[in-house]
Design a protein around this ligand. Structure first.
Ligand SMILES: Cc1ncc(C[n+]2csc(CCOP(=O)(O)OP(=O)(O)O)c2C)c(N)n1
Ligand SMILES: [Mg+2]
Length: 787
């Protein structure tokens, strides 16, 4: 049903106001109270203008409270302006746009105060996030957790050049496999990117692709003025001209204005008859208004397009727009960072009927009655409280069990712990959801999937099972399944984890997502991992196998830098246990950490290995649990006159233990420090120093400071890890001890573990050599002969 005309007028007025406010926000941050060290606020004004009508149609009319939106990063000013009109963004923060504690340059769930559903910034990721969020909503629904809540549409406002990002295509394929629903992508088809005009004909390719993947495609090309003109005599020729006009020329003419359009139209289709008349009965200004009245700038056309959707199939709207529409640099190919001059802004202000000093007044210059606009905005469906939901904490048993064997790898242990959880029917077991990019079996998730099943909206039996063909795995798909199968794309894994890990806030139902992948391929999905952490999604990622310990697989599969990624990635607590009992403690801690409040909790990264090593036989005391989760504990306490400490992480534990045995015969009081999390240790140390600096007199010591405190000043430390040596090299700075940091800094290769540990210098001999170089005294005689 068409929207009644008064409402249409109000919506159009609000869109005009949103454009003004977004422009004024940028102008203010540049000219009135510059807050960015002279760095001009670019990349916003033109991009925002492009989407203003579309976003106004959505936010002020179409969207329902249950819908969730990812806004094109550079449309943040118009997003904040709309939120300001809703009363959810403050003038103070707008005045301080891009400044410290001001409204964020790109919409941020965690840093903005207004109602951001999904953060954006790195183009392409927010788009895919909506797709996965919809799959997660389906998951929640199929598990019977909607509890009467209505299904939301997951909406992405997409820049046309954003479509170049490969992760969008990866997501499209995944969405198709899972029967994607309730997803709307609205493409701001302004045919401009940052540097360039978008390649001619590209969109026809995309359109076919969307349709191939089962999407509806709705093209909104012409606005009302255009459609009316097409109905006039000569209108058809005008339409043909518009349809055939190259992107670059159309953009250039929009920039040049009505006179330039007139000249081109006359030269190319002028007929001294109806067409010429159609053109000439309009002033330059009217002609420009007509020619820039593309669908994406016409409220009625956008509303019609959105309201015409009466199904839950995914829809891609391609809305024709002009970058910078309505502003002096509209259509100019360099306008991405375009700013208006003070004089241009003055002119724009006057044209909007805004008095000096009243620039922030919500309704200044609008014909509508203020009280009515207040009432209108208060009634807007999307502008209701309670859109961000919460969910209670799922209880985690104090100790996670597993079936031990004397020799095990941490990867195996990971499978065993999950298998044990899967056997029961605890709340924890119900809320865990696993996912993996085609490495489910090879990362030991198989037993979990056997017990909990694969997720699909419809039932599908495992054919091998129904045909009675023996297989280790029986993988039925059902709506109750708890494993989401993904194709190989690691980007998809992390965006899926990002979507699953926000379920408590998006769906009001907590999920405890666990993803697995091979450790080196973290780097393939790194931006998506960073994105997930940035918006405070909560998940556990088990990355396995890792390092050169993966010996025969060779250098292409052996990770080196990932421990440093684990340390440097905010929002991600990283662990690399050596023994399975440590891993069980860390996983229990992790499931709790994933549920802590913002600012306290976060996600968890487990760097695991396939190397089977002799397990420590011991009682898990409270002290040990504390050490493991804080990041380190003494496997062998140093004596009072310790000359040397060996500090190791992960799969090289046997080498560290062996070397300790040899060295212990000729060096006094040697200590062996098991480091389960260089990340947590380092973070604790950094935080403690900051606290002491900030509050003089505070005595707080971090865990690593306490551990190293008893060591004599001249004690040496040898660190060893199957990963970059910088991971542990900092230990010497804690109390000024000398350090030899062993690790892997060059690409790996094929070989046996012994070959590679020897070659890269992380075997027992290398540890002994390093120990010798750090300590005085006789050569270490019990040195193991190289094999
Ligand atoms: C991953 C990533 N690469 C590069 C950028 C820098 N960047 C921001 S916007 C943009 C061009 C966007 O063009 P388009 O999507 O068409 O949006 P428009 O400005 O035309 O609305 C680029 C290259 C980014 N934000 N993220
Ligand atoms: Mg563009």
């Amino acid at each position: 049903m068409p929207v009644e005309s008064a409402r249409l007028e109000t919506l159009t007025a609000l869109a005009r106001k949103a454009l003004w406010l977004s422009s004024w926000t940028i102008h203010h941050a540049n000219h009135i109270r510059p807050n960015t060290d002279g760095l001009k606020v670019g990349g916003h004004q033109a991009s925002s203008a492009s989407l203003t009508t579309i976003m106004s149609a959505l936010y002020f009319h179409v969207l329902k409270p249950e819908d969730r939106v990812a806004v094109k990063p550079h449309a943040s000013p118009v997003f904040h302006a709309i939120q300001y009109l809703f009363g959810r963004q403050s003038r103070e923060k707008l005045e301080n746009f891009r400044g410290f504690k001001g409204a964020q340059s790109y919409p941020s769930r965690t840093k903005d105060v207004d109602d951001v559903d999904f953060s954006t910034g790195s183009v392409g990721l927010g788009v895919a996030q909506t797709l996965f969020a919809s799959l997660v909503q389906d998951y929640v629904k199929a598990h019977g957790w909607m509890k009467g809540r209505r299904e939301g549409r997951m909406v992405a406002l997409v820049g046309d050049a954003e479509m170049d990002e490969g992760n969008i295509f990866e997501a499209l394929a995944e969405g198709w496999k899972h029967g994607l629903r309730n997803t709307w992508w609205v493409v701001d088809y302004n045919r401009q990117s940052l540097d360039a005009v978008v390649r001619e004909g590209l969109w026809e390719k995309f359109e076919t692709m969307f349709r191939n993947f089962g999407w509806d495609v709705v093209i909104v090309k012409y606005g009302r003025l255009m459609r009316e003109a097409f109905a006039e005599a000569g209108g058809e020729a005008l339409k043909r001209w518009i349809d055939n006009c190259p992107n670059a020329l159309y953009a250039a003419l929009c920039f040049q204005g009505g006179a330039a359009f007139r000249k081109h139209l006359h030269d190319e289709i002028g007929d001294q008859g109806p067409i010429t008349k159609l053109i000439d009965k309009r002033s330059d200004e009217e002609l420009l208004a007509l020619m820039s009245n593309l669908g994406g700038h016409d409220m009625a056309s956008m509303l019609d397009a959105f309201e015409s959707i009466d199904h839950d199939r995914p829809v891609c709207f391609i809305a024709y727009t002009i970058k910078g529409v309505g502003l002096p640099f509209q259509g100019h190919k360099d306008n991405h960072a375009g700013l208006m001059t003070v004089a241009q802004m003055e002119k724009y202000r006057e044209s909007q009927g805004i008095r000096p000093g009243h620039e922030w007044d919500k309704y200044e210059g609008l014909a509508q009655d203020a009280a009515e606009l207040d009432a209108f905005l208060a009634r807007v469906p999307f502008n209701q409280d309670g859109r961000r939901l919460t969910a209670p904490v799922v209880e985690v048993p104090s100790q996670l069990a597993f079936k031990p064997s004397p020799q095990m790898s941490t990867q195996q242990g990971f499978g065993l712990v999950l298998n044990e959880i899967a056997r029961g029917d605890s709340e924890l077991a119900q809320r865990i959801v696993t996912t993996s990019p085609d490495v489910t079996v090879s990362t030991n998730l198989g037993p979990w999937v056997n017990r909990r099943g694969l997720f699909a909206r419809g039932e599908k039996a495992d054919l091998f099972r129904s045909e009675k063909i023996p297989s280790t795995f029986n993988w039925d798909f059902s709506p109750k399944g708890q494993h989401l199968e993904l194709g190989i794309a690691e980007m998809n894994l992390f965006i899926m984890l990002s979507a699953l890990g926000l379920s408590h806030q998006i769906n009001g139902e907590r999920l405890l997502p666990v993803g697995t992948l091979y450790d080196p391929f973290i780097e393939r999905g790194l931006d998506a991992l960073n994105y997930a952490c940035y918006q405070d999604a909560r998940f556990m990622v088990a990355a396995t196998p890792s390092g050169i310990t993966l010996a025969p697989e060779g250098g292409a599969h052996q990770s080196i830098a990932t421990p440093l990624i684990g340390m440097a990635q905010d929002g991600l607590a990283s662990f690399e246990p050596a023994f399975v009992d440590e891993l069980a403690v860390i996983m229990g801690w992790g499931f709790e950490h994933m549920q802590r409040d913002p600012g306290e909790g976060g996600s968890v990264y487990l760097r695991l290995s396939t190397r089977s090593i002799e397990q420590a036989q011991r009682i898990m005391t409270q002290e040990l649990v504390q050490g493991i989760t804080d990041g380190a504990y003494w496997l062998r306490k140093p004596g009072p006159n310790a000359e040397l400490v060996i500090a190791y992480t992960g799969a090289v534990a046997p080498e560290a233990i062996e070397a300790t045995g040899f060295i212990g015969e000729s060096r006094r009081d040697i200590g062996l420090l098991a480091i389960t999390s260089a990340d947590r240790l380092h973070a604790g140390w950094t935080a403690a120093r900051k606290l002491r600096r900030d509050r003089r007199g505070v005595q707080h010591l971090s865990h690593i400071e306490k551990l190293l405190a008893p060591l004599p000043r001249d004690c040496g430390i040898v660190t060893v890890i199957d990963g970059h040596p910088a991971t542990l090299g900092w230990l010497g700075s804690v109390r000024g001890h000398r350090v030899e940091a062993l690790g892997v800094a060059q690409f790996g290769q094929t070989g046996t573990i012994a070959d590679l540990y020897r070659h890269y210098g992380i075997d027992a001999n290398a540890i002994i050599d390093a120990a010798e170089s750090l300590t005085a005294g006789a050569p270490i005689v019990h040195r193991k002969m190289a094999v």
